[in-house]
Design a binder for this molecule. Structure first.
Ligand code: TRP
Length: 336
């Protein structure tokens, strides 16, 4: 990332919470490398956010490396973009405190993710879970990011970051850029292969419901073969009445670039078996090189650590300047 140009900035974060699904890949990771030329991109493995639910320390550490390797394997180029681990840049937590003092209890109480997660883990409704969106706002605002590529479930958090930025600017003078959520239109939502009205999720108890990014060819082909469709045998895009077939078509559309009309023509009279086979093999063809790169990167720890170290050094240098400005504005003493 060059700091002396006028490109807008992109920030996004990914939680190191385990293996990624095809849904994560299509909805998030796959889109990030596409922004590298137009923007200065900053991508972070947000281990501090992951800590809002209980984590086994060794597993968290392992998954943090894996998430970073996945970002690089999917095409993020460390010569163009910054990749680093959130906890390696203390500015995020430092800025988070200032922003927390400019965020209302009521605003945080209204966050749907907080409500969902506290219902799901009633034994661990911790302070971090509550202030999670403030840390996320700090991630974004610390770099004056204009664009924030996220799934639609994170839109409310980006809106909150905007509100906080606006409020701070109004109280202390122009400081933060107003960030915007960048939500992918195509393939934003990949559904379960077993219950196609539900989002694809790796926490589904039926392993046939989701494709993991690291699934081998046999597993991918088998899961698509077993995908739930319907009984009328016509390949037609109709999410309401044919959610299973439409989901397969959506995946095929993302990976081949073919329109739904073209896909309907291609499989006219062919039956679902042929469609499933075609979708499975195009998914495998796309994932195979990502898997190969991922394995190569993970087995070269020295390289991975070098990238992450350089990434955090640049991230710190950039965001520290902004934090100093914020500290000055709020009235913290700064020695010359
Ligand atoms: N909350 C995001 C998620 O769970 C991850 C995240 C943390 C993030 N900080 C961010 C995304 C900043 C975008 C920008 O997906």
């Amino acid at each position: 990332m060059e700091s002396n140009n006028t490109k807008q900035k992109v920030f996004s974060g990914i939680q190191p919470t385990g293996t990624f699904t095809l849904g994560n890949y299509i909805g998030a990771v796959r889109n990030w490398p596409l922004l590298q030329d137009e923007y200065d991109c900053i991508y972070s493995v947000v281990d501090q956010h992951a800590l809002t639910v209980r984590q086994d320390p060794a597993t968290l550490r392992k998954r943090t490396y894996e998430a970073a390797a996945m970002l690089l394997a999917s095409g993020i180029d460390p010569d163009k973009s910054l990749v680093f681990i959130q906890s390696h840049n203390p500015v995020h937590s430092q800025l988070s405190w200032i922003l927390a003092c400019n965020t209302q209890f009521g605003e945080l109480s209204r966050m749907t993710q907080f409500k969902d997660k506290s219902a799901k883990h009633p034994d661990n409704v911790n302070g971090g879970l509550f202030t999670y969106p403030v840390l996320m706002a700090a991630d974004i605002l610390a770099y004056n990011a204009h664009q924030v590529p996220v799934g639609v479930d994170q839109k409310q958090h980006v809106e909150l970051a905007r509100n906080i930025a606006q409020r701070f600017n109004a109280n202390y003078g122009e400081t933060f850029v107003m960030p915007e959520a960048l939500i992918p239109k195509v393939g934003a939502k990949i559904m379960s292969l077993q219950e196609p009205t539900k989002k694809m999720s790796k926490s589904d108890e039926n392993p046939n419901a989701f494709i993991l990014l690291l699934d081998d060819e046999a597993a991918i082909m088998r899961k698509f073969k077993r995908a739930v469709t319907d009984s009328d045998g016509v390949v037609k895009y109709d999410v309401e009445n044919k959610p299973g077939v439409s989901n397969l078509m959506g995946i095929y559309n993302v990976f081949t670039g073919k329109s739904f009309e073209e896909i309907e023509k291609e499989f006219d009279g062919a039956g679902y078996g042929v469609l499933k086979e075609a979708v499975g093999s195009c998914v495998y063809q796309t994932l195979k090189p990502v898997q190969d790169r991922y394995n190569a990167i993970l087995s070269d720890k020295a390289y991975l650590e070098k990238v992450l170290k350089e990434g955090s050094e640049k991230a710190i240098a950039y965001s520290q300047r902004l934090l100093n400005k914020v500290y000055r504005k709020v009235g913290f003493v700064q020695f010359k």
